[in-house]
Design a binder for this molecule. Structure first.
Ligand code: SF4
Ligand code: SF4
Length: 208
């Protein structure tokens, strides 16, 4: 049999108040009435689509053109759920006498979303901006193997990636946009120079 607690360790219970009959029912009804007058926050999904914030981590999109097959994302993924295959291709020299170059060509890029924990490390470490978050989340499958999305599927997700937010006023122009603008300006200047009519040659030889 358990020994009684010493007087210093006994918990003193609050004094009990006499209960009014029906007070519990009245409290319950009061809660019901309060809740009935509040606006409901329940989302009627799937009849109504939820309004998700733009940075929602739904699925990962691949912008294949930017991928250099550096393998950083696959190496850093804590779940090892990115599968990349590639081969090397020799690019002929751009100028006569120049050196041939070799480049990696992507054969397979897949992400297994049944293993992915949506940490975003692959997107953070990609040095070439080839991976992006899309807020799309409706890709549940009945077969777990279907959750491995191959490069075509990952490319499709890319078109659901929201546009980045506008820059702050006075912010520095992004390097890519500055480079593209300079190239476009050079091209326009070269085209304008080509389109300028050339002056006819002076029949007198031009000497005065
Ligand atoms: S989000 Fe995280 S777990 Fe998922 S593929 Fe990227 S690095 Fe791997
Ligand atoms: S880190 Fe980026 S560039 Fe490198 S393999 Fe992954 S997606 Fe491609």
């Amino acid at each position: 049999m358990a020994e009684p607690l010493p007087p210093t360790r006994r918990r003193s219970l609050p004094p009990t108040r006499p209960r009014i009959p029906g007070s519990g029912l009245a409290k319950g009804l009061a809660v019901t009435l309060r809740t009935m007058t509040k606006k409901s926050v329940t989302e009627q999904y799937p009849d109504a689509q939820p309004a998700l914030p733009p940075r929602t981590r739904g699925v990962i999109g691949l912008f294949e053109e930017n991928c250099t097959v550096c393998m950083l994302c696959a190496r850093e993924c804590p779940d090892w759920c990115i599968y990349i295959d590639s081969h090397k291709e020799t690019v002929p020299a751009a100028t006569p006498g120049g050196r041939e170059r070799s480049r990696n060509v992507l054969d397979r890029f897949a992400i297994d979303f049944s293993l992915c924990m949506y940490c975003g490390i692959c997107i953070e470490v990609c040095p070439f901006d080839a991976l992006f978050w899309s807020p799309e989340f409706e890709y549940a499958e009945t077969d777990i193997r279907e959750l491995t999305h191959e490069r075509d599927k990952l490319r499709e997700w890319m078109w659901t990636v929201p546009a980045p937010p506008a820059l702050d006023p006075g912010a520095e122009e992004p390097k890519e946009i500055a480079a593209a603008r300079k190239t476009a300006e050079k091209l326009a200047a070269a085209q304008a120079a080509e389109a300028e009519p050339t002056e006819p040659a002076d029949p007198q030889g031009g000497a005065s």
